[in-house]
Design a protein around this ligand. Sequence first.
Ligand code: NAD
Length: 299
Amino acid sequence: MAAIGFIGLGNMGGPMARNLAKAGHAVKGFDLVPAALEAARAAGIDTVANAEAAAAGVEAVFTMLPAGPHVRAVYLGAEGQGGLLAAAEAGTLFLDCSTIDVDSARAVHSAAEAAGHLMVDAPVSGGVAGAEAASLTLMVGGSAEAFARAEPLLKAVGKRAIHAGGPGNGQVAKVCNNMMLGICMLATAEAFTLGETLGLEPKTLFDIASSASGMNWAMLNHHPLPGIVESAAANRDYKPGFAAAMMHKDLKLSQAAAASAGVATPLGAEAAQLYTLFVNAGNGGLDYSAIVKLVAGKS
Ligand code: NAD
């Protein structure tokens, strides 16, 4: 069993740190928010006074932070002073499970390597319920050596860890997957709005499309209209599930990646715009399938 630092004990990081402790690891946690530290202590996790203290004298350090700038600041320190990479002993394994932009992930990987550490980016899919049940899917970028060391630890917080290739490729997989999901949800919302307006019962269209070429995962699992797919958020007043604000974040990351790589993703760009409109109208806390309200002109 390993000594592990864990920084970012929020909605996702809190339960992930608890699952590492449950698996028998000695976890030292840190968060900026006192309530998150208190909850961690109540769950039997040692807490420390700052991020650097969580990285000292441990074999591995997890981070679960909001976005790229937070990850850069915590790893590299403010104005090049401090930071996790400087505080850790050489050869420490870093696992960043945050969802962040590809460029920041690759920059932090390079700095970790230059400081003599191993690193993986390992963004997750599965939400808070998956974090609590240790059933997350993790998309992992990093060297074969880093993945081999990371995999047993990732298995304590998730059910599946897939090696996606070199540094940053976990983030690439996450934004490409979620860009497809956003586009498929919008396509489903448009098709069902058109069909219903033209007099076709949504349930009938669902039965036909489920065994025809329009079938897609968003339609089958997260259908945007109520009364069709039992587990869908549409049946619970669009209580998430996967919040529209999270989809919006991931679509913006896909567009940052596309711009940085010089790749045209016009449907991804349109999806990002539509979720921006929807979230800015105050709907960020609804499930992402509620975008059907915007499509149908009911938002
Ligand atoms: P959260 O806001 O609940 O948690 C983030 C935590 O990081 C907060 O407790 C915050 O205080 C802490 N933090 C920020 N800066 C810090 C610093 N400098 N030092 C220490 N702690 C700091 O967010 P979350 O929902 O747990 O999401 C975390 C990451 O996981 C995000 O990148 C998000 O996109 C991703 N994600 C979330 C979900 C979800 O359903 N919530 C699903 C998949 C991926």
